[in-house]
Design a protein around this ligand. Structure first.
Ligand SMILES: [Fe+2]
Length: 249
């Protein structure tokens, strides 16, 4: 019993706050340094938001990409917008919605307008934007079937590098051969990983279980799935620290 209490205390008080940094490099010669985060779940997490913003600032990004799940429910909308505003003072922010954002009503026009009124914040809903040498393509959430890859890519020049921001790695089947790199979250890396057993629960159809976290280089596409930042359901992370990803391109 004491060991369970110790593990819970560690998961709640220590690992939730221990941001780790992963660096991934692609030799595309573009010369940009991207910081990629996801799943901030502002209203159901216990990490220190100021510490998160300071940690990202120290990485000196040229741009910040956020893979969605800004909130867990409607109570987090103001906090999520505050976080986007603070990140936008560091660098341009590009983001998509995740399943919890959809469930929390963030497709409401008034909320979309509030997000898009923040200077330097670009919310991509099945849209793409050209960024001086490459494209950032933002597909709406695949987990809730809001994605439309054809609409997302309809105006994109096929000869240039394309980075697809998508909440869930499920997009890989549709995006293969169409983009160069997918950046996804959603899995939380399992959030609680028991040694010898693995993730207790993954919100994915079984065929996608292998995409729990990390870099995948497959035929026709590369994909990075981040463990994300925050938590849902239980405010604990075990053997699965919150992750900031530096992507050099
Ligand atoms: Fe999430």
């Amino acid at each position: 019993m004491a060991s369970i209490a110790t593990a819970f205390s560690y998961s709640y008080f220590i690992e939730n706050h221990s941001f780790s940094v992963t660096k991934v490099r692609f030799d595309w010669g573009i010369g940009r340094r991207i910081v990629f985060i996801s799943d901030t779940h502002i209203d159901s997490s216990v990490y220190d938001v100021t510490s998160l913003v300071e940690s990202i600032d120290r990485l000196r990004p040229d741009m910040i990409l956020h893979g969605g799940d800004h909130v867990s429910n409607g109570d987090g909308i103001d906090g999520a917008l505050d976080l986007l505003d603070n990140l936008s003072r560091i660098a341009e922010v590009y983001t998509v919605w995740g399943n919890h954002d959809i469930w929390s009503g963030l497709m409401d026009k008034s909320i979309i307008d509030r997000v898009r009124s923040i200077e330097n914040v670009y919310l991509l809903i099945n849209q793409s934007i050209y960024c001086d040498g490459f494209w950032i393509c933002g597909v709406n959430d695949p987990y809730t079937y809001m994605d439309n890859i054809d609409k997302t890519l309809e105006n994109v020049d096929s000869d240039e590098i394309k980075i697809l921001l998508a909440h869930s790695p499920q997009i890989i089947d549709e995006a293969r051969y169409k983009v160069d790199l997918i950046l996804a979250g959603h899995t939380h890396g399992g959030q609680v990983n028991i040694p010898g057993i693995g993730a207790l629960w993954l919100p994915l159809p079984r065929k996608y279980y292998k995409y729990v976290q990390g870099l995948f280089k497959e035929e026709g596409v590369a994909m990075y799935v981040t463990r994300g930042i925050g938590t849902v359901f239980l405010p604990i992370r075990f053997n699965c620290s919150p992750e900031l990803v530096i992507i050099e391109i």
